[in-house]
Design a protein around this ligand. Structure first.
Ligand code: UD2
Ligand code: MN
Length: 579
């Protein structure tokens, strides 16, 4: 007899299904599927010998639309079918009181069944697409710290209810040293009824990066699938991810991340053709593929989309390949930047990142992190990003620092930790350069290596700056003279080769010094063409601004109080790449 298991609040009900045995048998070739499937996820079936239920073959089948919530227990339940849930007016205060437990509507989450149905939001053709019968198995890894009970449960049930059981090796819950009581014994008891779920408890707070590593370390599946602990996997989400990894183990597959509203918990589908990108200074974002690009590549809405970077939370990766790549930099703390690290590593060391539109997972995006950072949040994220920049960005790391992170260059103030292992790893894997990555994976990215360059023209004397034999002076402008070529860099240096224009002591005289990223006295503010070159240090430390000024006869150059009306303080480089 075919039965459907249904779990709510720790109570198990076994519901006989009247007419049809299981929705899943509607799909594809029933014979093939009977062979590769256990009838249900019911633990009672799990004691059956594996080889009697799992028969592998090399054929293909239509992607399975297994969904044990398709026929929900209570069609009138709050939030059922992914609909917006309404807060009764007398509960609004409670909503506010409980908001900070998760930085979303925790009150509503608790009202919604942990096994609610959600709409199948896949593009039309997805249910017709074929996958191999012999896909690899996966371990699903959720790490969490102080996750909301109902949300964590809904995440786990969405995996159990919508994943082909023979492909789901296990679900690993990594508790990153949560403080909430309910996540202790209660969670153990609840999960003990779900034989595929294992719980790992970390003895101190590690942050999500090392927590994921702890989960990966004990995983037995062929593929690792990482998920955030406040998600709902949609119908047919798993096979399309595993198919890509199966076809090429160096492909890392991400589902489309849909939105579970933090306010009303509704399941909202997102626009098609979105890919993950970054802007300087390594800020993750989404960008829609251009219509031209879609046309030129004859793309269908179900085709995989290559992504320069992944969002971070949800992806499948071949387990052995994950370790060949050196997994994550374990020196990354708590939250942030690890998505950049793994993305650059994957692309530059021979892999690929794709979003698979036929795989969709809802995620509650929150305005704030609902947990505490052991150290300052901003400093933690900056430090993580600086580690990534130092290891992976080559000469482009100056763009990272130049877009608001100059202060990180002062290593006495910011200790970004030891990077020897990461740099070694990059050498050992013979990874390509960041320039290669920009040219081949993300050519739309604007990444000029300097902010401005060429001749440095002074408006007052109408001559150009010359650097020769440790002297700085003016001459008639002549592009053919190397000695008149300067760069204005992301680190705000006025620079010729390795020599930088600097302020001597407290001024007014200038000196030439070897360029040094950490020294603030080498930095000049220059906002636009035909504007001042302002001494950086003075701007930060004193109200009196000092600007570079050419002597009226063009025979000297020194620091003077800034005077916006003086043409002798207006400077112009030949080319400006930015601002
Ligand atoms: C996004 C990613 C997230 C991660 C992060 C950057 C998605 C949907 N989410 O932010 O996975 O890549 O960017 O780092 O792509 N957690 C711990 N220990 C901690 C902190 C967090 O276990 O110290 C857990 C947390 O409970 C959650 C997961 O890590 O399950 C991700 O954290 P988040 O949901 O706060 O990150 P999110 O979605 O803002
Ligand atoms: Mn999240």
């Amino acid at each position: 007899p075919t039965v459907k298991m249904d779990v709510l609040n720790g109570k198990e009900r076994v519901v006989p299904i009247k007419d049809k045995p299981l929705n899943v048998l509607d799909e594809g070739n029933p014979d093939a599927i009977k062979k590769i499937f256990r009838p249900t996820e019911n633990p009672k079936f799990q004691s059956a010998p594996a080889d009697s239920t799992v028969v592998r073959n090399t054929g293909i089948h239509k992607v399975l639309a297994l969904d044990l919530t398709r026929d929900p227990r209570d069609i009138n339940a709050v939030g059922q079918f992914g609909q917006a849930a309404v807060v009764p007016s007398d509960k609004e205060q409670e909503v506010r009181n409980r908001w900070n437990e998760g930085h979303f509507n925790v009150y509503l989450s608790d009202q919604i069944p942990v096994d609610r149905a959600i709409p199948d939001t896949r593009p039309q053709t997805c249910s017709e697409s074929m996958v191999h019968d012999s896909l690899p198995t996966t371990s699903v890894i959720f790490c969490f710290v102080d996750e909301v009970w109902s949300t964590l449960l809904r995440s786990v049930h969405s995996v159990l209810n919508r994943s082909p059981p023979h492909l789901l090796k296990e679900i690993i819950l990594v508790d990153d040293f949560s403080t909430k009581e309910y996540l202790k014994d209660n969670l153990d008891v609840y999960m003990s009824q779900l034989p595929k779920v294992r719980i790992v408890r970390l003895k101190e707070r590690q942050g999500l990066i090392r927590a994921r590593l702890a989960g990966a370390a004990i995983a037995k599946g062929d593929v690792l699938t990482f998920l955030d602990s406040h998600i709902e996997c949609n119908v047919g989400w798993l096979e399309p991810l595993l198919e890509r990894v199966y076809m090429d183990r160096r492909k890392v597959a991400c589902p489309v991340i849909e939105v579970i509203s933090d306010k009303d918990m509704s399941y909202v589908l997102v626009d098609n053709y979105q890919r993950g990108i970054f802007k300087w200074p390594l800020v993750f974002g989404w960008s829609t593929l251009s219509e031209d690009f879609i046309k030129k590549n004859h793309m269908k809405d179900s085709d995989p989309i290559r992504c320069p970077v992944m969002a971070g939370g949800l992806f499948s990766i071949d387990r052995k390949y994950f370790y060949e790549l050196g997994s994550y930099d374990p020196g990354l703390d708590v939250w942030g930047g690890e998505n950049m690290e793994i993305s650059f590593k994957i692309w530059m060391c021979g892999g690929e990142i794709e979003i698979i539109p036929c795989s969709r997972v809802g995620h509650i995006f929150r305005g704030e992190n609902p947990y505490k950072f052991p150290k300052d949040r901003q400093k933690t994220v900056e430090r993580n990003l600086a580690r990534v920049a130092e290891v992976w960005l080559d000469e482009y790391k100056d763009l990272f620092y130049g877009h608001g992170y100059h202060h990180l260059l002062d290593r006495t103030a910011t200790d970004i930790g030891n990077l020897t292992d990461q740099i070694e790893l990059r050498k050992r894997l013979k990874c390509k350069s960041f320039k290669w990555y920009l040219d081949n994976v993300y050519p739309e990215m604007v990444a000029p290596l300097t902010k401005a360059e060429g001749l440095v023209f002074n408006r007052g004397v109408r001559k150009c700056l010359v650097l020769q034999n440790t002297f700085l002076y003016f001459e008639s402008c002549d592009l053919s003279q190397e000695s008149q070529h300067f760069n204005y860099t992301w680190l705000k240096h006025v620079r010729q080769k390795d020599v930088c224009v600097a302020v001597q002591g407290k001024g007014p005289h200038l000196v030439l010094e070897p360029c040094d990223r950490s020294k603030p006295q080498l930095r000049w503010l220059h906002k636009a063409s035909n504007s001042a070159l302002v001494e950086h240090l003075i701007v930060e430390q004193a109200p009196r601004r000092q600007c570079l000024e050419a002597g009226a006869l063009g025979d000297s150059i020194q620091l003077k109080d800034c005077d916006p009306t003086s043409a002798y303080q207006k400077w112009q480089f030949t080319h400006y790449h930015a601002e």
